[in-house]
Design a protein around this ligand. Structure first.
Ligand SMILES: O=C(O)CCC(=O)C(=O)O
Length: 362
């Protein structure tokens, strides 16, 4: 009997026994598991994840309320051990010894950690200057509007978000310093339990444009699911107050089983605040404000959003480290580094960390 005939027979028997939902769920589960396993094999052979396997990884995550990613992550950590990094002392302060354990425990329990140390004011000033001159991409895209233009904080914005292109941001020395900072790499490695892979970089202006939360601007609650496990570092380049778009997070919602099935059944959806309030206590809703230079580490598998700025724009830099490149888009990006710079040296010693990039030392 063919597989299709077996499935049809199973469906008919299930209907007669009144257990159709359970059978459908078992069939969906086995379809998703086999697609992810096929994808993992393809990834190991080619370095690319078939899009269908990635979609099924997300579906499986929602179906199992996170357990499937935990299993995948455990397999990744068995195959890829942490690497011998320098002492985790740097822009996040001294994160060595017991302090590292304390930070990681806090991220494991609450999903985020706000570092008391900040990025120096000179770095923030250079990044802000860069973001002001850069040709930014407008988000969301709207017909009749230019695709790219610089953002002038003194002029009326014409889009919610102005993204600084990552290709040019990657060449910025301050960014390269953060991406190779021993405390950043140390915290990422300790949280991920494997050599961290610098996977994504972005910097964007969130403006006061618009009257309501915009989904393309990530202004309603959602979870990320680009890879199996990851940690994001958000850097506030300018002061963030309650009315200039604080980043918001639901404490504990990154944990396995920490997201209600009713919300996960919607898949990769954006969810309004009042709906979230049905599932989480008031004290779980965290709004992060802070002066320029504030650095937050966060597992954005938990529900989060950027609150729509009301009185002034916000500028945020974000670096993401993942346990592997299995999952969503991981097209290689060119990265020019000065020969002998910290990033160049780290990349030569631990090439997995920057394996997303085509590094040219010059
Ligand atoms: O703008 C924000 O604070 C939210 C950003 C976000 O959703 C993300 O980077 O995953």
């Amino acid at each position: 009997m063919s597989t299709a005939a077996v499935k049809e027979k199973l469906r008919r028997t299930a209907r007669s026994l009144g257990i159709t939902p359970a059978i459908n769920s078992a069939l969906g589960f086995s379809r998703e598991v086999s697609s992810v396993l096929r994808g993992a094999l393809a990834y190991n052979l080619t370095g690319n994840t078939p899009p269908e396997s990635y979609q099924n990884m997300v579906k499986l995550y929602c179906r199992t309320r996170g357990y499937s990613n935990d299993v995948l992550h455990a397999l990744i950590t068995i195959a890829n051990r942490p690497c011998p990094l320098p002492e985790p002392i740097g822009i996040l302060g001294d994160c060595s010894g017991a302090e590292l354990g304390r930070i990681v425990t806090e991220i494991e329990q609450r999903g985020y950690y706000v570092f008391p140390q900040r990025l120096p004011a000179e770095s923030c000033a250079r990044l802000e200057d860069f973001a002001t001159k850069a040709l930014c991409r407008l988000r969301p895209r709207r017909p009749g509007l230019p695709e790219s233009m610089p953002f002038n904080p003194k002029q009326l914005a014409i889009a919610e978000i102005y993204d600084v292109p990552p290709e040019s941001l990657l060449q910025h020395l301050d960014v390269q310093e953060i991406a190779s900072d021993p405390s950043v790499l140390g915290v990422a490695q300790a949280y991920l339990g494997t050599t961290p892979i610098f996977d994504n970089l972005s910097m964007w202006w969130s403006t006061t444009y618009g009257r309501e939360a915009n989904d393309d601007a990530a202004q309603r609650y959602h979870f990320d699911m680009d890879k199996v496990k990851w940690l994001k570092f958000f850097v506030y380049v300018k002061d963030v107050t309650p009315t200039t778009g604080p980043h918001c997070f639901i404490a504990g919602s990154h944990r396995t089983g920490g997201q209600p099935r009713e919300l996960l059944n919607r898949g990769y959806a954006r969810i309004a605040d009042d709906e979230m309030a049905k599932y989480y206590s008031k004290s779980s809703f965290i709004e992060m404000i802070g002066p320029a230079g504030t650095i937050i580490a966060e597992d954005t598998r938990g529900f989060h959003k950027g609150k729509r700025p009301e009185t002034d724009c916000r500028l945020v830099l974000e670096l993401e480290f993942s346990d592997s490149l299995f999952g969503g888009d991981a097209q290689p990006l060119p990265l020019k580094v000065a020969r002998g710079s910290r990033l160049d040296i780290t990349a030569k010693k631990h090439n997995r960390i920057y394996s997303r990039f085509k590094i040219e030392s010059e």
